[in-house]
Write a protein that binds this ligand. Sequence first.
Ligand code: MV4
Length: 446
Amino acid sequence: MFKKILIANRGEIALRVIYACRELGIATVAVYSEADEHALHVRFADQEICIGPPRPMDSYLNVPAIITAAELSGADAIHPGYGFLSESGYLAEAAEACGIAFIGPPPAVLRLMGDKSEARRAMKSAGLPVLPGTEDPPESVDEALEAAQGLDYPLILKASAGGGGRGMRIVREQGELEHAWRTAGQEAQAAFGDGRLYLERYVEAPRHIEYQVLADGHGSVVHLGERECSIQRRHQKLIEECPSPVLTERQRLELGELVTGAAAAVGYRNAGTFEFLMDGDDRFYFLEANARLQVEHPVTEMVTGVDVVKEQIRVAAGQPLSVTQQGITWNGHAIECRINAESPVTFRPSPGLVRVFSIPGGPGIRIDTAAHADCTVPPYYDSLVAKVIAHGVDRAEAVARMRRALSMTVIEGIETSVPLHLRILDEPDFRDGKLSTAFMDRFAGG
Ligand code: MV4
């Protein structure tokens, strides 16, 4: 097993990785930017190394600085958390070249999943259902027009190098394709240095349902069931839950088997998430795979009892998974609300000094946060300040516990999304589990 892990991240997820390391008896190294000198992940790590100025490009995205910190501290592995360099083939390869394990998939798998068009093709070959679309990204607008002839509108253009909703264009009819092609291509080129686009049939107001998988390097792949993440705004998820309110046990196991088979087919290792759309006829279509730990992993942990971060560490160290598919059961229901430092009305970021910070615990409540009274939320990073996770015997109890916890939450000094969450929880459609990616359209600023 590893003796020392460097955590190439900050905030609540850096702390979450420290929790797992402490439980496994592994020493930790925090890296931090000048804006995070007083952060809790720095306080609780066994060692800390400042890697640069606040801007992400100068610190948390600086691969040479992170590799140097790992070498200096004698870390034998790097955990990248989510965001930042978590899906960087460059960091994974650089670490391996230095004899340091990357706690993630092999670099080749990272690169495959990073190309969303290639990932779609690979997953289709591996047996996952995909929407009608292009197998190879069209190389010109003429090729795109030709490909669209064989598909039904509306269509969606997506950046091959994109993901998570960036660089997408809905195309309602043939007359719009040429303009959308050019503007989306330019946008993708500017954002990712790669202007390639692919086409898919567009599904209106779908549900977003994703599978959590775990894979070791010994041929064992299991799934921990699905999460429903349909409550999102501008591709930022706000509320996630496990299980989906609409999936039957039978559907869960059927699709789960397809997903684990597909993960095995590409030599997946690590925790991973396979995203699907569910259309109005309850049909599933693979969208993309995320080759990292995700923000919303706690809802799966609450319902299955599996520690996803510990499993990531185990399999990166070459050990087998500690769980088998037979041993995985789903107990009750869990919901996560992401508390952001932002206006609940305009959604504008609200960084600054937190004066009061109190979120109640009590039965069924888990809080993942690196915030505390008198801490500062820096303006340089994403605005997530806490994840409140509520577990109950069923969805109604989980929702009631979430309501209870959020209604007794006191955060002063910054604005937060707590009032927005309380409004969402009281929506009849939310209570009834009638969710879709269009749910937030009813809220101002959505
Ligand atoms: C789609 C789609 C409809 N049809 N693809 C957005 C995130 C990225 N992973 C893929 N996304 C979508 N792809 C087809 N063919 C609608 C979305 C989408 C969406 C998906 C999941 C969660 C929220 C969303 C919000 C808007 C659009």
